[in-house]
Design a protein around this ligand. Structure first.
Ligand code: FES
Ligand SMILES: [Fe+2]
Length: 388
């Protein structure tokens, strides 16, 4: 159970909030690169509670600047792009990708007024077929070379999930919650051939214990069963990524009560051969998983039986737009949740002291980062289990 102040600290993402400032230290995906085209060169972006517009100038440069024009506030979503940047459709104030105003067409000839005008603007880079933005203090860190994002012995796929209409931290707490897997998702275990005889208990009786461990990339967890687990145990890559097999699910806080989810899947070549010509990965859009699509509980109905993700969305959204953790009843199986909250508090404090938080990388030549820690972790879990 948390105090109201602790709940606010972990969940709010706007500028100046503790979690918001932590999240601003990381590159966050904004949209597939294929969503900015010559025919549709602008896209509205809400990210960490800030309203922005992504645009692609005709010279190919991509910018991310404040939605509202500095003049009298019209949206730059409707701006016209040209080689130098984007011009507000209302009176033509022209901004470059750094947010600097280059021209105010209705001002007298020779006016230097535009030099006094600047909009908030953020760095953007393309990586694995997505545009990523960095909203924190400069200099920006580099993109972490997580194995499944950069390995060359295969190809990647991008999947865009439907908008999650609740706070980002509910999805991340779920990534530290192995107990839900055998109950919430038990129908899907049954489809994989695991016999489920009790709809309340699901497969939970096969679990002997849960194990959790803090690791350099975040948090590991495991359901310990009598037989070796057939699949991996889903590392949580701090602060906002879940790895499942060779997939990474990246949860991106849009604002306090909406979360975008992008999935990058890596498919290794069967023989380990190197792929030289990987272009932008294909992009698939999945869902919606509820009807009406843009309403929240209790004014919508989640379809629980589409797949595992749809069940997760049901659980996360029905906890509330921001879960009220002042009335929760944590139990022994929630140890991972407590560890994640402690990790958040620790990393928030580091940011507040001017340090880089966990997982930030500044060396552009850093080695590939191994996020598949299963084998070594499971060896340690076995030793711990034997010692019990
Ligand atoms: S409101 Fe944008 S130029 Fe006037
Ligand atoms: Fe789940």
């Amino acid at each position: 159970m948390l105090t109201p102040e602790e709940n606010e600290m972990l969940t709010r993402v706007g500028p100046g909030t503790p979690a918001g400032e932590l999240l601003r230290r990381y590159w966050l995906p904004v949209c597939p690169a294929s969503e900015l085209t010559a025919a549709q060169p602008t896209r509205f972006v809400r990210l960490l509670g800030e309203d922005l517009v992504a645009f692609r100038a005709t010279n190919g440069q991509v910018g991310l600047i404040a939605d509202h024009c500095a003049h009298r506030g019209a949206s730059l979503l409707y701006g016209r792009v040209e080689e130098r940047g984007i011009a507000c459709a209302y009176h033509g104030w022209l901004y470059d990708t750094a947010g600097s105003c280059l021209e105010c067409p209705a001002e007298p000839a020779g006016s230097m007024f535009h030099l006094t005008v600047k909009l908030p603007a953020y760095p953007v880079q393309k990586f694995v077929g997505l545009y990523w933005a960095y909203l924190g203090p400069l200099p920006a860190p580099v993109m972490p070379r997580y194995d499944v994002w950069v390995r060359q012995d295969g190809r990647r796929r991008v999947t865009v999930h439907p908008m999650l209409d609740c706070n980002w931290f509910q999805a991340m707490e779920n990534s530290a919650d192995p107990a839900h897997a055998d109950i919430l998702h038990h129908e899907f275990h049954a489809r994989r051939g695991v016999r489920v005889t009790n709809s309340t208990r699901g497969n939970v009786d096969a679990i002997e214990a849960y194990d959790f461990e803090v690791v350099p990339i975040g948090l590991m967890k495991k359901r310990i069963t009598a037989s070796p687990a057939p699949d991996g145990e889903h590392p949580l890559i701090f602060p906002n990524i879940l790895r499942v097999g060779n997939n990474t699910q990246i949860r991106v806080p849009v604002d306090d009560t909406h979360t975008a989810i992008f999935r990058i899947a890596f498919d290794p070549t069967p023989d380990g051969s190197i792929v030289e010509d990987e272009a932008d990965p294909p992009v698939a859009y999945v869902g919606p998983w509820k009807d009406p699509v843009d309403a929240v509980h209790p004014f919508t109905r989640h379809d629980m039986m589409v797949d595992v993700q749809a069940q997760d969305h049901m659980a996360w959204e029905t906890q509330g737009p921001i879960a009220n953790r002042t009335v929760e009843r944590l139990a022994t199986s929630d140890r991972g949740i407590v560890m994640l909250r402690e990790m958040m508090k620790r990393e928030i404090a580091r940011v507040q002291q001017g340090e880089d938080p966990l997982g930030l990388v500044r060396d552009p030549d850093h080695a590939m980062i191994d996020t598949n820690l299963e084998a070594e972790y499971i060896t340690r879990v076995r030793a711990r289990t034997a010692a019990r």
